[in-house]
Design a protein around this ligand. Sequence first.
Ligand SMILES: Nc1ncnc2c1ncn2[C@@H]1O[C@H](COP(=O)(O)OP(=O)(O)OP(=O)(O)O)[C@@H](O)[C@H]1O
Ligand SMILES: [Mg+2]
Length: 400
Amino acid sequence: MTNENRQEVLLKVDHLSQYFKSNKAVDDVSFDIKRGEVFGLVGESGCGKTTTGRSIIRIYDITGGSIYFNGHRICAGLLEYENAIREARKELKETSDPERKGQLKKLIDMNRAEIKRAKHDHKYSDRDYADELVKKVKAKYEEDVKKANGDSEKLSKLNKNYRDDLRVARKTRLITKIQMIFQDPVASLNPRMTVQEIISEGLVINGIKDKEYIQEKVYEILELVGLTRDHAGRYPHEFSGGQKQRIGIARSVIMKPDMIIADEPVSALDVSIQAQVINLLNELRESLGLTILFIAHDLSVVKYFSDRIGVMYYGKMVELASSDELFKHPLHPYTKSLLSSIPLPDPRSERVRVREKYNPLQAHDYTVNKPSMREILPGHFVMCNDEEFKAYQKEIKEAE
Ligand SMILES: Nc1ncnc2c1ncn2[C@@H]1O[C@H](COP(=O)(O)OP(=O)(O)OP(=O)(O)O)[C@@H](O)[C@H]1O
Ligand SMILES: [Mg+2]
């Protein structure tokens, strides 16, 4: 992959919020993932990792913020617009200044227009994407026809391919380009379906009927994920945990996704199997050019696999940096506590390892000066206030 492609942002999560009533499961989280990159999302149980993943694949109507994929806004929350309208209405009732009234009315209209746009994007981004693909297919066809220069044999072949490509393009949905591998391989595989049925389900839903084609695809994918053709007719209970997760991976890659969200794909597995599954994901990343959002609660799992890592704590992103940088200069006390909980390979160091506990009330004083995400070194962001920002800068200098 060239450096240029690597800079292309495939997924942009912009001020994402997902509230469940008063529970702010994800609260104003922003990050982006470049094409071909592995982005690790780490944090303890309940901090909102799965909710972030599920928001991206549109299981929820997100409360706030936007998510862009391949340049299209695929999710848009209405909360901020609704709040802005509510505030403006309140002020409208209280003020008697005609100029201010005019401004407020304008503000309300603007936010109404934003809501309309958000709803449109949420509903039609898929269709817009299909329209774009159709245009591309048409343009390519016209070019090929010119090149064929009246050769009737070439033209008839072109026409046939054109009809197929057009059909596929019309049916393609942007959202199928993001696939999720679930936390619990046992619960995510239907016990009454054969492996073949499980793996091909997405193709069938997308309207592919050619049985021979489906069979071939299933065989191909089974081999790709380290299983065999013989496995196609069996049922999930006949497989080990690691094999089940391979079936889960097969089901997601058959859709030719651009991106995979792997939600703790190895936590339920034996330690000896974990490395195998991670290696498989790494191989697929190379061979299929995948971009991966890798969710884990343990930094040691994501360390070698991720290009960049985001650390979440109670619905907030607290630190974000390249994997090397995060391990070299961990700054946020929560990141430090996560690092201190990784066992060390050397028994002598392990014996004296001190686990740092994170207590937000003790660690920060945010009564006056509020924290925000700030860039402390290029690409290294930490949630901090002014005072902490200075202290972190000093800490980095001293570590040099
Ligand atoms: N569908 C839902 N309805 C209501 N609350 C939810 C829902 N899903 C998650 N939550 C709550 O949102 C918060 C974040 O949950 P989430 O599953 O995203 O955490 P997680 O980081 O994936 O944790 P784990 O490591 O245990 O998988 C939790 O407080 C959880 O109880
Ligand atoms: Mg989870």
